[in-house]
Design a protein. Sequence first.
Length: 294
Amino acid sequence: MEQLPSIRFAIIHPVEAERTAWASRLHRATITQFDDLQHFASRTSTFDLVMLSTSHDQRTALDLLLAQTHLLLVADHVPTESDLASRYADAHANGVQTVVVNPDRYLPSRQLIRRQLGSTLGEPGLIRMHQWLPEVNASDFSHHLVRDLDLILWLSSRLPDRVFAIEQSENESLGRYLQVHLGFPGGGMALLDLTNRLPGGDGYASLSVIAASGAAYADDHHNMQLLYRGDRPHLLRTDERTRQYAAIAQEAIDAILAKRDFSTGLTEWRNAWNVAAAVERSIKSGQAVAPGGH
């Protein structure tokens, strides 16, 4: 039997059980795992693709690109717009590819909804998202806002022409509570409420899309399983993370083997940052604003 080509792939992630689970789902790759950048740097092996799943500095990314290594960055923390531009420029200058991925796009439930939009369900008319987080600091809140906005823009496949946002800010020590309305040309809309006022522990997320020919829903309430272990039953959420991160990695592996450009994303992240900036301007002015305008 003819052996299929494969690439040398490194996964850098601190949790061994998680990265091992991701690796078990991948094919056409010789995989090496590292728990941190220090252990990775101590190895002399050459890799075709490196996947970083945690925050890192600009110097780390540049060193990998200078070594002629394709780079896959999973944006749990979204780089600033200037950092993003620098990373894509550095990759182009060194003849390799980089991609900064929003992991929320690769949740199996979100992937399924996206595949149905425009075909089975038709064009989306209303996108409704809840994102309720346990206590996080202000910078983490901003990262979640940009990721949520990117997900909405990805599902809608268009840019809003109006943004209106309000925030309950009577006691900032309790966290933030933000409501965002996006208006799209032609009458479609998206509604997002984002808060970090939950106590420590699990968060809650839901997504509803009402489209021209049907609707789709993804809700953490539906993904809870009863666990009986004495006393009152407990609820455990079904984890989508293994399939999510494996899908991210496999897409990049397949692109490299097919010699296909996978370094997309810079324009889409810029669009998300642009809408996030409009959200902040709307909160300050109390008025609806146009992204990139007033």
